[in-house]
Write a protein that binds this ligand. Structure first.
Ligand code: RB5
Length: 144
């Protein structure tokens, strides 16, 4: 059976954490669609949020991970796309609730604000936690 595809993208500030999380995803058995950035040269985070959102809209990946310095810019950019519910998370509690209550399909992280181990924990919890549905479904539907 083909493994699930997770899209991942960052700007220069998130590049190193993106590389770490990409290796984690592969170790967990996911296929990774890496949409850049490709290094530490300065780039613009909306370009990468837009690329990831387009890839998900086109069905190339079911879920995504975005990283910039704070996670703020790249999550704002992603949430301008109708198909995206990006959640900026700083710990495993926010990652869990983003899945349970918001059915978030993109995890956004701030590489300059959280440590590597916290980011890895957020990713693991985000991937493992199902949507609770119920009263939360009505609310999520209203987002659309
Ligand atoms: C880049 O310097 C930085 O502004 C960006 O990574 C991000 O933090 C924006 O929200």
């Amino acid at each position: 059976m083909a493994s699930e595809i997770i899209a991942i993208a960052s700007d220069h500030a998130g590049f190193e954490l993106k590389e770490t999380l990409k290796a984690d995803l592969e170790a967990l058995g996911f296929s990774v669609l890496d949409l850049g950035a490709d290094g530490l040269d300065s780039v613009d985070y909306p370009d990468f949020a837009n690329a990831l959102s387009a890839a998900m809209r086109e069905g190339k990946a079911g879920r995504g991970v975005l990283v910039c310095g704070t996670g703020i810019g790249i999550s704002i950019a992603a949430n301008r796309h109708r198909n995206i519910r990006a959640a900026l998370c700083h710990d495993s509690v926010s990652a869990r609730l983003a899945r349970q209550h918001n059915d978030a399909n993109v995890l956004a992280l701030g590489a300059r604000l959280i440590g590597t181990e916290v980011a890895k924990d957020c990713l693991k919890v985000f991937l493992e936690t199902p949507f609770d549905g119920g009263r939360h479904l009505r609310r999520v539907e209203k987002l659309a």
